[in-house]
Design a protein around this ligand. Structure first.
Ligand code: DOR
Ligand code: ZN
Length: 401
């Protein structure tokens, strides 16, 4: 017997509509007087599950920071039903065997788990083989956690060429690392431009990760105007934090690329409202409190985020900072379109990845309720209005508050 989400307002074709949804694993029907087991959603809204194309669920030798169970638990609590996991693991996810092992963990998790293949000097010849077991590729042109940077220009070209031949999206960490945060911020546009030129030579499907600055966004918009095949994400940390928080919070605001200026943050919000941000991904990069307590110099960089990105944006919708329409575009529709799979909207025949939301529910983020294994959040103490109360992944109830 199908489940019916009844009496709610459902986000279909760009707006909320008063209708019901019948589903088992897939959405069976949308309309009134449907047959099935009703779940009353009066006063709630129903959105497609969010798709986060940038998480680090760690596991392997770093399962003390996060694993697929804890990471996916955090995700569904926040209304995220699909994640793309990065390959900078210990050991790195650069071989067919390790990627298959990751696939098993992803398949056993609470979400739709998709995986990036890592790229290295050693696996260039196997890119076509690796393409068969991954959903996309990830290339590091800048140094960061995991040290998977490829600096050799000939090797960069070879890699981009071969990935382009697979037809998969190539996500790139373009921003340089290992220098002062202000310098990374100042160089962002130039570094993005380098990745754009490199990938355009081979017509790769480029996706630029974690864009933080106005100059960076403008560089990408310019490439789009030139007809280049490029997309990008920004992340909640760049919408909610600036250098001010970095001075106050030290290692607990250490992230790569670093948080930028207030002017950059304000520009990102404007760009979001104007429909110029392709997608929002979290770069959920959990590190433990002990590791972060090592201080600015020694602590690893990265902030967790998958659990709260949707509530943060729902709260902004309530406050008039953006619209529900933009939210669904950047968190659901565009990630699915760009990475090429049929999700990110509510439509009969698609997987029942659905989030029931109470736009009136107010909750304060507290450490004791955090599901991510890292056990902390940069958003602690914030009170937000608008929270998921139920999350379904392929029709299975994975979270209920
Ligand atoms: O701050 C970051 N942390 N930036 C990255 O690019 C990697 C990530 C991590 O894996 O911890
Ligand atoms: Zn990352």
């Amino acid at each position: 017997m199908p489940t019916i989400l009844a009496n709610g307002q459902v986000f279909i074709d760009g707006k909320l509509q008063r209708t019901d949804i019948a589903f088992d694993q897939k959405i069976q029907a949308i309309g009134k007087n449907l047959l099935g087991e009703p779940v009353d959603c009066l006063g709630k809204i129903i959105l497609p599950g969010a798709i986060d194309v940038h998480v680090h669920f760690r596991d392997f030798n770093q399962s003390h920071k996060e694993d697929w169970q804890s990471g996916s638990h955090a995700a569904v609590r926040g209304g995220v039903t699909t994640v793309f996991d990065m390959p900078n693991n210990d050991p790195p996810a650069t071989t067919v065997e390790r990627l298959q092992e990751k696939r098993r963990k992803a398949d056993a998790s609470l979400v739709n788990g998709k995986i990036y293949g890592g790229l290295s000097a050693e696996n260039v010849d196997q890119i076509a083989e690796i393409a068969k077991v991954v959903d996309a590729f990830k290339l590091y042109l800048g140094d960061t956690t995991g040290h998977m940077i490829i600096s050799d220009r000939a090797l960069q070209k070879e890699i981009v060429h071969r990935v382009a031949e697979t037809g998969k999206v190539l996500a790139v960490h373009a921003q340089r690392g290992g220098i002062a945060p202000e310098e990374i911020t100042a160089h962002e546009a130039k570094d993005l431009q380098y990745a754009i030129e490199l990938s355009s030579q081979f017509k790769a499907k480029l996706h630029l990760a974690h864009v933080t600055t106005r100059a960076g966004v403008e560089t990408i918009l310019d490439a789009k105007r030139r007809g280049l095949d490029v997309s990008f994400e920004t992340c909640p940390q760049y919408l909610f934090f600036t250098t001010e928080e970095r001075s106050k919070r030290g290692a607990f605001m250490k992230v790569n690329p670093p948080v930028a200026t207030a002017a950059d943050r304000d520009f990102l919000w404007e760009a979001l409202r104007a429909g110029k941000i392709d997608m929002i991904a979290t770069d959920h990069a959990p590190h433990t409190i002990e590791e972060k307590n090592l201080g600015m110099e020694k602590a690893p960089s990265g902030l967790p985020g998958v659990e709260f990105v949707l509530p943060l944006l729902l709260d902004s919708v309530n406050a008039g900072g953006t619209s529900l329409e933009q939210l669904v575009k950047v968190c659901c529709a565009r990630p699915a379109q760009r990475f090429g799979f049929p999700k990110g909207k509510i439509s009969a025949g698609l997987d029942a990845d659905l989030v029931v939301i109470d736009m009136n529910l107010r909750k304060t983020i507290t450490r004791s309720e955090i599901a991510s294994k890292c056990g902390w959040s940069p958003y602690e103490t914030m009170t937000l209005q608008g929270w998921p109360v139920m999350t379904f992944v392929q029709g299975q109830l994975r979270f209920r508050s």
